[in-house]
Design a protein around this ligand. Structure first.
Ligand code: RIB
Ligand code: CA
Length: 325
């Protein structure tokens, strides 16, 4: 089986944690590094969340963890703590400083992709600050990346942090525009609307079936996802949303991608009203495409992958405080 070398660049909270678990447990994935970027919750909390996720999978200290940009390129950081709480349901862990690399995430992204040009793919599921900084720091980076899978934006649809913008593109719109204009050979985008809302949102009944599984990672999944589910239901989203993990699944399991089209994607960086909006122009408008925007995925098929993943028995590397059993 050919495993896919990947780097997961993320703003570790809720579904970012689920994505890391998928990367660490899926036999098709060869996770070369986890890189963190300012996004969902405080940066230091994201580091704790990342270490807990690696630990619950029994892989803390094995998979390199690189800390990245602690703030967006130009704008002030915007939190999503109202959505995710602390991103891990109040769990905690005694940090293992030795498990945090001294190499900055941007340098790791550049180095790892340069060591195997055209072979390593990046899953970018937070604001794109690290990716854009790597582009600016070393122009060869764009050519060295095999595929770039991004969770971000909406396809002529509604935002979630504002009516116009999805969170990842809103937090660092300048980074997102740098990435979309950089010329990556193979970009795939999973959107908030419609893709996540339609194909990666699971009802409370489906969620309860997953969280009744009595394994450490299933109980961890419940703790990191409970707060976001509660928030979703309070704003009319009827279920548990999994935009990040389905983005990784699109790379690992391309059979789940039922429809995808080429678009020219650009990010609004001028107007405060629509800051971070992703303008997605399709073929009709005669503009050169720069991304494959995934139009439809097999939601039930991905649910089965999540279910199988959560059944995996693991032995946490370090105790996770507050996680029973
Ligand atoms: O808009 C959804 C995205 O914002 C997800 O990546 C979630 O983790 C948050 O970062
Ligand atoms: Ca994320």
């Amino acid at each position: 089986m050919n495993r896919m070398p990947i780097i997961i660049d993320n703003d570790t909270a809720q579904d970012d944690c689920v994505t890391i678990l998928l990367g660490l447990t899926d036999p098709l994935a060869d996770v070369r590094a986890i890189t963190t970027v300012a996004g969902n919750v405080s940066f230091d909390r994201q580091v704790i969340n990342a270490q807990m996720t690696l630990s619950v999978a029994g892989r803390l200290g094995e998979v390199p963890l690189h800390l990245g940009c602690r703030q967006p390129m130009l704008r002030e950081w915007v939190s999503a703590e109202d959505v995710h709480g602390d991103g891990s349901g109040g769990l905690d862990i005694e940090l293992d400083e030795s498990a945090i690399s001294d190499e900055h995430a941007v340098d790791a992204l550049i180095r790892i992709t340069a060591e195997q040009p055209g072979e390593v793919s990046i899953i970018a599921i937070g604001p794109l600050t690290n990716i854009a900084t790597a582009i600016v720091k070393d122009r060869r980076f764009v050519k060295n990346v095999k595929s770039l899978y991004i969770m971000g934006g909406s396809n002529n649809g509604r935002g979630n942090i504002t009516a116009a913008a999805e969170f990842n593109f809103y937090v660092d719109p300048h980074a997102a525009q740098i990435v979309m204009a950089a010329g990556f050979a193979d970009v795939h985008i999973v959107t908030w609307d419609p893709l996540t809302l339609r194909d990666a949102t699971y009802s409370r009944e489906q969620y309860d079936r997953l969280t009744r599984i009595q394994t450490p990672i299933a109980q961890f999944f419940k703790r990191v996802c409970d707060a976001t589910l509660g928030f979703n239901e309070s704003v009319g989203i009827d279920g548990s949303t999994h935009p990040d993990s389905i983005t990784l699944a699109a790379l690992l399991h391309p059979e789940l991608v039922l429809d995808s089209s080429q678009y020219r994607v650009d990010i609004e960086i001028q107007s405060e009203l629509t800051m971070g909006y992703s303008a997605m122009a399709w073929e009709k408008f005669g503009v050169k495409p720069n991304a494959h925007v995934i139009e439809e995925m097999d939601g039930p098929g991905f649910y089965s992958i999540l279910e199988q993943m959560l059944e995996i028995e693991t032995t946490p590397t370090r105790p996770i405080l507050g996680l029973n059993g």
